[in-house]
Design a protein. Structure first.
Length: 256
């Protein structure tokens, strides 16, 4: 039987894929089947990430103000235009391009000015119990020791009333904070509405929070080793032709 765990590393993206749907993980990482092109909203988020990375890298390396607003916007739009062929669009491409410009302007006016970054896209590695390497990249780590993830999303992930509840179980930033031995996590959010809105959420986390996230990761890894690939619920958004690349071939999808 093929050693399905013989991969170079294990990552948060693999954990999240498995938690979304075990069968989707199987088709993507075990069978190695190609995914559908990502949608234009993912491209918009990546475009803002690219400008954020360059802005904070310049700010840290040169000890200056980073990219000015127009350069930040132009870089994001250029990224969008350069990578548009690799994505699918359900709105006119010029509209998506204009949205990137608005998102870039908003990010520069807000998070780019208020976040005091110490590092950008830090490569993080640790070893799991069975010597498997766990690899990840933290978007931003601040001078006050907060691990931050940039997020452009159509659905707000937290509110002022539930910041701790949401962020303390956020697998990515909590795991990265654990690797770095830090106890503060945050999300720099752009709510991708017709008129986008910026939010910044931050909270302290405990050793118990880290233990819960690590346990979840360990259980996912153990299930993969045992070849337990459970499908998501049939009424889940993840089990649909729109969101699943493997819906047409999966025995729990259209081949029911």
């Amino acid at each position: 039987m093929e050693n399905i765990t013989n991969r170079e590393h294990f990552s948060i993206s693999q954990v999240n894929e498995y938690l979304k749907c075990g069968m989707s993980y199987y088709y993507k990482y075990v069978e190695g089947l190609p995914m559908k092109p990502m949608g234009h909203k993912a491209l918009q988020g990546s475009a803002i990430d690219d400008s954020s990375n360059k802005h904070f890298t310049k700010k840290i390396m040169l000890d200056d103000e980073g990219m000015n607003e127009q350069d930040f916007i132009d870089n994001a739009v250029y990224y969008h235009d350069t990578n548009k062929e690799e994505h699918s669009f359900d709105e006119p491409i010029p509209n998506s391009r204009d949205k990137v410009a608005r998102l870039g302007k908003l990010y520069h006016e807000t998070h780019a000015q208020t976040i005091d970054a110490f590092s950008v896209q830090s490569k993080l590695e640790t070893t799991m119990e069975d010597t498997k390497k766990f690899l990840g990249y933290a978007d931003l780590v601040t001078t006050d020791g907060t691990v931050i993830d940039n997020k452009v999303t159509g659905k707000l992930m937290a509110t002022e009333n539930n910041v701790y509840d949401k962020l303390s179980r956020h697998i990515q930033i909590v795991k990265y904070a654990d690797i770095l031995n830090l106890d503060s996590v945050g999300l720099a959010v752009l709510h991708n509405l017709k008129t986008p809105v910026a939010y910044f959420f931050k909270t302290k986390i405990s050793t118990t929070d880290k233990a819960i996230v690590n346990k979840r990761i360990e259980m996912v890894w153990d299930s993969i080793k045992k070849r337990h690939f459970l499908p998501t619920a049939s009424d889940s958004w993840a089990c649909s032709q729109k969101w699943c690349s493997f819906y047409d071939i999966c025995e729990f999808g259209s081949k029911k």
